[in-house]
Design a protein around this ligand. Structure first.
Ligand SMILES: NC(=O)c1ccc[n+]([C@@H]2O[C@H](COP(=O)([O-])OP(=O)(O)OC[C@H]3O[C@@H](n4cnc5c(N)ncnc54)[C@H](OP(=O)(O)O)[C@@H]3O)[C@@H](O)[C@H]2O)c1
Length: 273
């Protein structure tokens, strides 16, 4: 089994740590977390299953002897953190960037030449081990190293191995996507409350409806458009609602939203102003 160090085990890195341990993909004694502050370490150890985790602010010590080093710091800090780690990394280490916006070319340039460099983008359902994760490997990355990253990622949900040229688009869809679904849930709940439903009941119905629709989408071989048509009788209630979405330009808005997310990826490696 691999020894895995997560440098920058905050919101995302902490959720990954939790999922790796909960799935049994990494045994607790084989996992190390790095945070900058004692408060960060406390938040990490407070996660279910991680009370006994080795957490340190000494990244150099944490990565010594680790087979896999995951980098979960903010994108603008990533390259500096990676450069500082270089002399402390094990020979042939697998380096996994969890960050959006930092490309393989820059990662490889900052990494030791004998390392295998991989990008792994997961999403917040990683907390319930239902993530959709994206993997892109640098040219020259060892096949066994990439397979090991995919196996770790599969323990957190499902994995799509893609070419890096598609990474930002796939991140805009799968990485940011849960936020779009949560936004829709929020808007539907609020609209139903506006029309008279009790708030708690409206939220319970919204949760159940999205869960059921997601399961049907998953279980059915039909295209989403066919599933939509199946609940949209001509002249009926659903048709009135869907027509309102279409008239308001929802299709163009969704296309513009994904394009905005892709455009933003290019700016993420810049420090915050
Ligand atoms: N949040 C998401 O939903 C999400 C989804 C997909 C991808 N991502 C990616 O995940 C990355 C992190 O985002 P986040 O929301 O998880 O951020 P976060 O909660 O702020 O986590 C950053 C972690 O890095 C630690 N850290 C900061 N500087 C460090 C250093 N120099 N050395 C070692 N550790 C250091 C922080 O420690 P302290 O806690 O002690 O400050 C914290 O544990 C980003 O690159 C982002 O692109 C996030």
């Amino acid at each position: 089994m691999s020894v895995v160090a997560i440098v920058g085990a905050g919101n995302l890195g902490g959720a990954v740590a939790q999922g790796l341990v909960a799935s049994g993909a990494v045994a607790l004694p084989d996992l190390r977390g790095v945070t900058r502050t004692p408060e960060g370490a406390e938040r990490l150890r407070a996660r279910p299953g991680l009370a006994g985790l080795t957490v340190t602010s000494d990244a150099a010590a944490a990565v010594a002897g680790a087979d896999v080093v995951m980098l979960g710091v903010k994108p603008y800090a990533l390259i500096d953190v990676l450069r500082a780690l270089g002399p402390h990394l094990a020979p042939g280490v697998t380096l996994v960037s969890l960050a959006a916006g930092v490309g393989l070319v820059d990662l490889v340039a900052a990494a030791p030449s004998d390392s295998s460099v991989v990008r792994l983008m997961t999403n917040t359902p990683v907390q319930v081990r239902a993530a959709v994760s994206l993997v892109a490997a640098a040219p020259g990355a060892d096949d066994a190293a990439v397979a090991r990253v995919v196996a770790l990622s599969d323990a957190l949900g499902s994995t799509h191995v893609i070419d890096e040229s598609l990474f930002d688009v796939a991140t805009a869809l799968a990485g940011s996507g849960p936020a779009y679904v949560f936004l829709l849930a929020e808007l539907l709940r609020d609209a139903a409350v506006g029309l008279g439903l009790d708030a708690d009941e409206a939220l319970a119905m919204t949760r159940g409806m999205i869960d059921g629709a997601a399961r049907l989408l998953h279980a059915s071989s039909d295209d989403p458009a066919a599933l939509r048509r199946a609940v949209t009788s001509p002249g009926g209630m659903t048709a009135a609602a869907v027509g309102t979405f279409e008239d308001a330009g929802l299709r163009a808005t969704v296309a513009a939203a994904l394009a905005a997310a892709v455009a933003r990826a290019a700016e993420l490696a810049d420090p915050p102003t």
